[in-house]
Structure formats: structure tokens, C-alpha cells
Design a protein. Structure first.
Lengths: 325, 163
């Protein structure tokens, strides 16, 4: 070989150093060819060998990992989610069916799989949202390229009657559709591009277990009222104003989910427009983004969505005012 | 490095038509074989290993390449040098290049320069240099110390792992 040619080749080489976690892609041809130079009777000569070609077979490997911390729940709650990540750790594109199993030894209760129980975390929020697409086996199985992954949610209801501190486990499984088996099990001709496929170190399937723990939650609500009459006194006469204050406190080890404050305006009084506050901050009376609203109608009421609260959240003080008719 | 190795093979093949003529009337017949080591049992029932030809591999497989050079002429071949680019997608396994009667050197720059392992270095991102590792090697070279006699066969061997 001529050295100037080699030099050109060298120039290309340092620009393209790539790495693949899953290894050389299935279907790749790996070629080896040697060359020789020598002198015969004083005359320089050279030659090349035959080229040996190896074909890279497909390794079927999958890895499922739990992404959620232990999820605090209360008895009877519905649609609580566990977040998982499913990754194709093989070296070829693969269809990956999922499964859920809640009958796991060693826990205190079996979560009840919702219907559907498996969702793709389509919007990447980490929680179940309307944008997330339900998984239907055989119809929208994930097709993952080598190294690619997808976030998956398991959705379970919590049985009524579970006790504080009890654990319930739920398992997500994923497998290579081509086949599973002990590492090395071969599926001739079924790999990417017609190569052989064989089960990798994972056996071409993987599972991970998430955990729900029943938290003890108490919600304390204390309501007080202060009357201010037109004369500046505290007599509940017509035209007097009543300032209501409701303090909501959550205690215990768990989380009270999606707490909704809802209080009817007392009979013979009228809601004072614009008086709704939470922790001193005004909320509009309209049903809009601030979570608070006044609802007129036969039974007028004020409502405030307080969200998820736990002991660390501190007190929420809802305040509003009415006038006596 | 991958592109370079691929480029090398392409280049060798592109040059094949030109060198085929030389090979036809050349005095050294060069052959390569790819094999894999498998556990086996010897005639006394003891565990051993044997080499078997391989065509399909998976990432992590260690392949043993054997190059044989046969002098098919009736005069000595002098200054015999065998070069083997590490195949694309493969990494050389340290201290596996052997060849009786040869001196083995390596290249980290696409076969331009060759040297002993301790003499080869690579640039760090910060510009400093480090000793090259087996994975950095791009080529292996076997230089025969003595002429290859008529009818004699020289062997060169190395192991590489599929990325």
C-alpha cells in the first residue's frame, strides 16, 4: 500500500469515534483482511489475504427500572401511578410487550389494577394525564431501537380497608417479542435483517417492582366567624358583614390528595363579591386558573382546589365574607 | 477510528484489482481465518478449549484471527512484513498478538507509524498525552526476523472483541 493513501485514511479516522452502549448493531458485517510485503530475489512485492466476514447477530436484551419513590396512598384511593423506564439494551430494534402483576409475595395488600392499568407516559410528565396513551397488548406495543427507552406508568386502585403503614407492590414486566429464554437461547433467522437473534444477559425479559405505602392522614378543619355590624359593633343585624375563616391542617405520615374546599353560603346571607382569599392572597370569583370560585345558584357556595397537602405543607387558611340580608 | 478501519478495508479492496495480478504471481499466499474459542473435553475427559470457525458474532464475543503466510516459490522471501488492520467495530485484546519468529508492533494512527505498546501515546482532550491502550490500536504488524523458506508457513495471530 502506498503511504500517501494511508495518510488520507488517517485523516478521516479521528473524526468518527462513536460509542454504542448496546454494542455493534445487529446485521453489521465485520471484515478482516491482512496484507503482506516482502522481497523476493531482491524485488519488492506485496499481497493481500482473503477477507473474512462476520455477521453481527441480534442480542435480545431489555431493562426495566423503577423511577418512582415509594408512593404514599390512602385506603380506597383510585388511579395511583408508578413510573417505570423500559430500555432496549440489545443491539437491534425490538418490539417490547408489557405486563402487570400485582400478586407479589411479601407485601401486605394487592393493589387493584385499574382498567387500563398500563399507560405510556406520552407527555413525559411522570404522572397520569389525559395526554397519556393507554397500552393495549398486541396493538400498540413499543418498538424500541437499540439503546432507546420509553417511560411507562402502572395505574392501580388502592383497596378499601387497608391499614396505616401497609405495603402493596406492583410489577411491570417487559420482554422481547422475538423470544425469551436463558442467555444464549437462539432464534435462528429471527434477528434484525434476518440474522440470528439470541437472548442476552437479561434473558430478553426484565421486571421492576414499585411500592405503595398506606399513609395515615388526618385533615383538620376549623371554622371561625367574625361579625362586623354597620355601626362598627359585632351584632348580627341586617347589613352586617360576617368574615369567615377556615383553617385546613393536614397531619400524619401520608398525603391528602386533591383536597377540595367547598362551603355553602349560609341562608339569609349574600356572598361579598371579591372576598375569597387563601393564605391572604385574593382569588377571583370566576371559575378560572386560580383554583377558587364563587358558584351562584340555588345553593350558592365557595370552592377552592387546595391540591395535594401533607404535614409539611403547613396550614391553608381560606377566608371569605358574606353580608346578612 | 471506525471510519478509518472501514476506509482501510475499502482501500485494500479497491487496490485488489491492481494487486491481484501481483498476488497471482506472488510468492506469498496470505490467508486469514476467524475463529472462536469454545469449551471442549479432551480424550482423557479433561476440560479444554478448542477453536471453531465462526461466521456469526454478538457484542462481547472474542474472535481469534489467524493469518498464515506461505512461501509458494522456490526461493527465500525476505523482509516479510504482515499488517492487519483491527476490523471495524472490534477492539484488540492486549498482549494477544503472537507470531513465532516475528517482532510485533502496533499502530494508533491508521498504520502510518508503528511502535511497541509503551512507545505509543494518544492525545488527551486537554492536549496532554497518555499511553495508548489496546483499544486505541488500529493496526498490528508482524516483522519476520528471518527469511521465509520455500514451502514454509509463518503464522500470526491476535484476538479482538466485538464492541
Amino acid at each position: 500500500m502506498k503511504r500517501p493513501v494511508l495518510l488520507l485514511v488517517v485523516c478521516v479516522c479521528f473524526s468518527a469515534h462513536e460509542g454504542r452502549a448496546a454494542g455493534t448493531p445487529a446485521g453489521t458485517s465485520v471484515v478482516n483482511q491482512a496484507q503482506v510485503s516482502y522481497t523476493q530475489n531482491g524485488v519488492p512485492a506485496s499481497g493481500v489475504s482473503n477477507a473474512t466476514t462476520l455477521t453481527v447477530a441480534e442480542i435480545l436484551d431489555v431493562n426495566v427500572t423503577l423511577q418512582s419513590a415509594q408512593v404514599s396512598v390512602i385506603a380506597g384511593e383510585t388511579r395511583r401511578t408508578l413510573l417505570f423506564r423500559v430500555t432496549n439494551t440489545g443491539n437491534g430494534s425490538e418490539t417490547m410487550p408489557f405486563g402487570i402483576d400485582n400478586l407479589i409475595a411479601g407485601d401486605d395488600f394487592d393493589p387493584l389494577a385499574a382498567a387500563p392499568a398500563i399507560y405510556f407516559d406520552t407527555d413525559g410528565s411522570g404522572d397520569l394525564t389525559p395526554a397519556d396513551v393507554a397500552y393495549a397488548a398486541g396493538s400498540n406495543d413499543a418498538v424500541l431501537a437499540a439503546d432507546a427507552g420509553v417511560s411507562v406508568l402502572l395505574v392501580n386502585d388502592i383497596p378499601a380497608g387497608v391499614a396505616d403503614g401497609q405495603l402493596g407492590r406492583s410489577r411491570l414486566s417487559a420482554r422481547a417479542a422475538t423470544g425469551t429464554g436463558t442467555p444464549g437461547t437462539t432464534f435462528p433467522g429471527q434477528g434484525t435483517g434476518g440474522t440470528d437473534a439470541l437472548a442476552g444477559a437479561s434473558g430478553a425479559s426484565s421486571t421492576a417492582i414499585g411500592e405503595y405505602v398506606v399513609g395515615d392522614v388526618q385533615v383538620a378543619v376549623v371554622k371561625s366567624a367574625l361579625v362586623v355590624d354597620p355601626a362598627g359593633g359585632t351584632r348580627p343585624v341586617s347589613g352586617a358583614r360576617i368574615d369567615y375563616q377556615v383553617v385546613v391542617n393536614v397531619s400524619g405520615s401520608g398525603t391528602a390528595r386533591a383536597l377540595d374546599f367547598d362551603d355553602a353560603i349560609p341562608a339569609n346571607t349574600t356572598y361579598l363579591p371579591g372576598s375569597l382569599r387563601v393564605n391572604g392572597a385574593s382569588l377571583t370569583d370566576a371559575a378560572d386558573g386560580d383554583g377558587g370560585e364563587f358558584q351562584a345558584g340555588a345553593t350558592p357556595r365557595v370552592r377552592v382546589a387546595l391540591g395535594d397537602l401533607n404535614q409539611a405543607s403547613g396550614a391553608r387558611t381560606v377566608a371569605f365574607a358574606v353580608t346578612i340580608n | 477510528m471506525k471510519t478509518m478501519k472501514g476506509g482501510w478495508v475499502l482501500m485494500a479492496m479497491a487496490g485488489f484489482s491492481a494487486s491481484a495480478v501481483a498476488q497471482e504471481k506472488g510468492c506469498i499466499l496470505l490467508k486469514t481465518v476467524a475463529e472462536i474459542e469454545q469449551p471442549a473435553t479432551d480424550e482423557r475427559g479433561q476440560p479444554t478449549t478448542r477453536l471453531v470457525a465462526v461466521e456469526k458474532v454478538v457484542p462481547g464475543n472474542e474472535v481469534i484471527y489467524t493469518v498464515s503466510a506461505t512461501n509458494v516459490c522456490d526461493s527465500d522471501a525476505d523482509k516479510v512484513v504482515i499488517d492487519n488492520p483491527i476490523p471495524e467495530h472490534m477492539n484488540y485484546v492486549a498482549q494477544t498478538a503472537t507470531g513465532p519468529g516475528t517482532e510485533v508492533t502496533f499502530s494508533v494512527d491508521g498504520g502510518f507509524n508503528y511502535g511497541a505498546p509503551q512507545a505509543l501515546s494518544m492525545a488527551n482532550p486537554d492536549g496532554s498525552r497518555r499511553t495508548a491502550t489496546a483499544a486505541d490500536y488500529t493496526h498490528i504488524r508482524w516483522v519476520m526476523r528471518n527469511p521465509l523458506k520455500p514451502g514454509a508457513v509463518a503464522f500470526a495471530r491476535f484476538r479482538a472483541v466485538l464492541e
